[in-house]
Ligand binder design. Structure first.
Ligand code: FAD
Length: 471
């Protein structure tokens, strides 16, 4: 018997059900595979930073597997379609009898896996496992058996299920053979951009250490700290979760080890809710394929009259809108590949509801920069901000970028870090620097606001209302 484990967004050996199953100790030969798909990544606007992060993790995975005596083959094929033929041929060449992998829930990925299972039918036994979620999409449904469209009842149902039976983390397999030389990792034929290793160190062990430290030191205070981007109040684990160097199950287990009452509303409960949001968007993605097709989930919102404004879009991308909290957020994204959640909401809202630019432009731009880019969470977040998604922000609610800045960066530490041009502006005026500059008769080396927020708000409300009226 030869067993093949196909690694995708699950670049780890800890808590890897597919790897564990393939290595069950009956002497079978186990080999592993990773396929880079640069053309597919390009279509999905994957960030060069994420490509770099993935390559580093494939290399780390190759080393860990080599120590276990499992050879990892790494190859580059253009796209998912090509991966099906490639694996079919690979299985024949290596006399593979069983294939093990974790499901992915995006539409293209599901189609690829269905095509592969058809191609291998009768030749190779395929075994898929749920992963990348706390509970399998579709396993938690409403009383009438449909998927949840609203977060709070979904979250309650998930917590009920978790209270009955917790998912377990599986240990890494024991060695299948003598240690091997670590594999060579080919060039992925995709642009790459490095990220700061101090911010995002490579490897599942580093991720586990950050998780342990967060659960021990910060999770209990998460509710009070999470909305302030100048404070280290969130876990910053999203990059490892996005490439699967860490599993949400590992997060849950570690959280409950430190805070056993998180399931019943005790310390850590609010962080657990964030992990459940992640599952929520994944189960929506499975139930609503429109999400993978970049279509709005609320049909009437398809009729919103978006503005065509390449210059405004460019200013937003580059952090030159004249609203400090938005610009500092975009500069954090451009410089580091990561953005704080509160800022993702503010920056997205500004693009959509102040500039009235189609949320899909922002979604793609985020994807092209984020080290933690993930279709379900990113699309879910953008459709939340655009009021086009499941359980989204109501369409008539529009963030005021000035008061958001005053509320969540009151001391101005975050804005000052990213916008040194505002050094001279006193704290009380920091989030509306143009008003202060006008009073002083000063010209700042910083743009004036692209829009008048009050006016922009009115025209956006009218555009949403007009779309609703067409329903
Ligand atoms: P923590 O606050 O420590 O939360 C722990 C984990 O829970 C996160 O790592 C993440 O996996 C998950 N999580 C937290 N908040 C959310 C949420 N609102 N939705 C889904 N999962 C969540 N997250 C991504 O992982 N990838 C994206 O591409 C992405 N794009 C976003 C776009 C917009 C417009 C918005 C509003 C949110 C987006 N998010 C995305 C969700 C969220 O902003 C990030 O997951 C979070 O900021 C990551 O930081 P953290 O690891 O410190 O999170």
């Amino acid at each position: 018997t030869t067993r093949l484990v196909w690694f995708r967004r699950d670049l780890r050996i800890h808590d890897h059900p597919a790897l564990k199953a393939a290595c069950r100790g009956d002497g079978a030969r186990v080999i592993a595979l990773y396929l880079a798909t640069p053309q597919q990544w390009e279509q999905h606007s994957m960030a060069p930073r994420q490509a770099w992060f993935i390559r580093q993790h494939v290399a780390a995975l190759g080393r860990s597997l080599a120590e276990l005596g499992i050879p990892l083959q790494v190859a580059v094929v253009p796209d998912y379609r090509a991966s099906v033929d490639w694996i079919d041929a690979f299985c024949q060449r290596h006399r593979v009898t069983e294939l093990f992998y974790h499901y992915q829930y995006e539409l293209d990925e599901r189609r690829r896996d269905a095509a592969l299972e058809r191609a291998l039918d009768g030749k190779v036994t395929c075994q898929g496992f749920d992963d990348g979620v706390l509970l399998a999409p579709g396993s938690v449904t409403t009383g009438s058996g449909t998927s949840y469209q609203v977060f709070t009842p979904f979250s309650r149902a998930v917590i009920r299920r978790l209270s009955q039976a917790l998912p377990e983390c599986v240990a890494p397999p024991s060695a299948c053979g003598t240690p091997l030389r670590a594999p060579d990792i080919p060039d992925f034929d995709y642009p790459e951009q490095t990220v700061s290793e101090a911010d995002f160190p490579v490897g599942e062990v580093a991720a586990q250490a950050r998780l342990a430290a967060f659960c021990h030191q910060t999770a209990a205070e998460y509710d009070a700290q999470r909305d302030f981007p100048a404070r280290p109040g969130t876990s910053r684990l999203s990059p490892w979760l996005a490439v699967g160097a860490l599993s949400p199950r590992q997060c849950l287990v570690q959280l409950l080890e430190n805070h056993p009452d998180a399931l019943t509303g005790g310390p850590g409960a609010v962080w657990l809710k964030e992990l459940i949001w992640r599952d929520f968007y994944r189960q929506v993605m499975v139930a609503r394929p429109e999400m993978s097709r970049y279509q709005p989930l609320i049909p009437w919102t398809a009729a919103i009259d978006w503005r065509d404004d390449p210059q405004g879009f460019q200013a937003w991308c580059e952090g030159r809108t004249g609203f400090p909290i938005v610009d500092a957020a975009m500069r954090q994204l451009n410089a580091t590949g990561w953005m704080h959640n509160r800022l993702r909401m503010i920056a997205a809202s500004f693009l959509i509801k102040d500039l009235r630019i189609d949320w899909r432009q922002g979604e793609r731009y985020f994807m092209s920069q984020l080290i933690d880019g993930d279709l379900a969470s990113n699309n879910g977040g953008w459709q939340w901000a655009a009021s086009t998604g499941c359980d989204a922000q109501p369409w008539f609610r529009i963030f005021n970028p000035t008061t958001q800045g005053q509320k969540f960066d009151r001391g101005g530490a975050f804005v000052r870090h990213w916008l040194p041009a505002l050094d001279a502006v006193p704290g009380s005026a920091l989030h509306a620097p143009w008003e202060w500059a006008d009073k002083q008769g000063m010209v700042l080396d910083y743009p004036r606001p692209l829009v008048d927020h009050k006016q922009a708000r009115e025209t956006t409300l009218a555009a949403y209302q007009a779309a609703r009226n067409k329903e």
